[in-house]
Design a protein. Structure first.
Length: 221
C-alpha cells in the first residue's frame, strides 16, 4: 500500500486516522467467506487453494493481560481444540515491550500446523471466540484486541490499516462495507465511544458514504 494520507481527529489519545479506512473495503462476515492469500501480483496464489482464516496463520500479538485472561479461561477453551493443540504451547515465551499495548508488553499466540493454535479445532474461526459464544461468557478482554480490530490497527497517535491487509482476497471485495464500518463497534469496545464519535466526524469530512451499520453482519473470526 502507498503511504497513508492522514486525517486529523479530535481525541485525547488518537490525533490522526488513515483516510483509507473510510474508503477501502473488507468482507464483513469472515466465516462465510472462502478466503485465499494473495500473491504479490494481486492474484490468488498459484495453488488456488483456499486458505481459510488466512489472516490468522501467523498467530497474533497478545497483551499480557489478554494472555492471562485466556489462560484463566483455559478450561473453557481447551476442550474445543484438537487433542495435540490442547497440550501444545499457546504462546511464545519472548515478551516484547511495546508502549502502545495496555500493559506495555505483549507476547504472541503460537502457531500450530500452519495457523494460530486457536484455529486447531473442528470448525472455522477462533476457539476463544467460539467458546465465548457457545458458553455465554464475554470475549472482550480475552480474545486479543489486535485480532478483533483486524484489518484496522493503531500505532502511536494514529488509527491505521494493518500492513498485510492487501495480502488477502477479502480486501476491497465488491459491494463490501468500508473498513471503518466493519470495525466501528470494535473500535468503540476497545477504545471507547469518544473515539468512534471523533472518527464519525472524520468519515464525514472525507466524504465517504457509509453503509448503515444495521445492514452489516459483523462476524469476525
Amino acid at each position: 500500500m502507498s503511504d497513508p494520507e492522514y486525517v486529523s481527529v479530535d481525541h485525547p489519545r488518537f490525533r490522526r486516522v488513515d483516510r483509507a479506512i473510510f474508503v477501502r473495503r473488507v468482507v464483513a462476515d469472515c466465516l462465510s467467506h472462502q478466503c485465499c492469500q494473495i500473491a504479490d501480483e494481486g492474484v490468488p496464489l498459484a495453488t488456488h487453494r483456499p486458505l481459510l482464516e488466512a489472516c490468522c496463520q501467523y498467530g497474533a500479538d497478545t497483551d499480557l493481560a489478554e494472555r492471562d485472561a485466556i489462560l484463566a479461561r483455559a478450561a473453557s477453551i481447551r476442550p474445543l481444540l484438537d487433542a495435540d493443540a490442547q497440550v501444545a504451547p499457546w504462546f511464545t515465551t519472548e515478551i516484547q515491550v511495546d508502549p502502545d499495548y495496555p500493559s506495555g508488553e505483549h507476547v504472541r499466540t503460537a502457531t500450530f500446523r500452519g495457523g494460530c493454535v486457536f484455529l486447531a479445532h473442528d470448525k472455522r474461526g477462533c476457539a476463544i471466540h467460539r467458546a465465548s459464544l457457545e458458553q455465554g461468557w464475554d470475549f472482550h478482554g480475552v480474545k486479543p484486541h489486535i485480532c478483533r480490530l483486524f484489518p484496522l490497527s493503531y500505532e502511536g497517535d494514529a488509527i491505521c490499516i494493518s500492513d498485510d491487509y492487501l495480502d488477502y482476497d477479502c480486501a476491497d471485495a465488491p459491494g463490501a462495507p468500508s473498513l471503518y464500518r466493519v470495525g466501528r463497534d470494535t473500535l468503540a469496545a476497545v477504545f471507547g465511544p469518544e473515539l468512534v464519535a471523533a472518527l464519525d466526524t472524520a468519515e464525514a469530512a472525507v466524504g465517504a458514504t457509509p453503509r448503515p451499520a444495521a445492514d452489516l453482519v459483523q462476524i469476525r473470526v
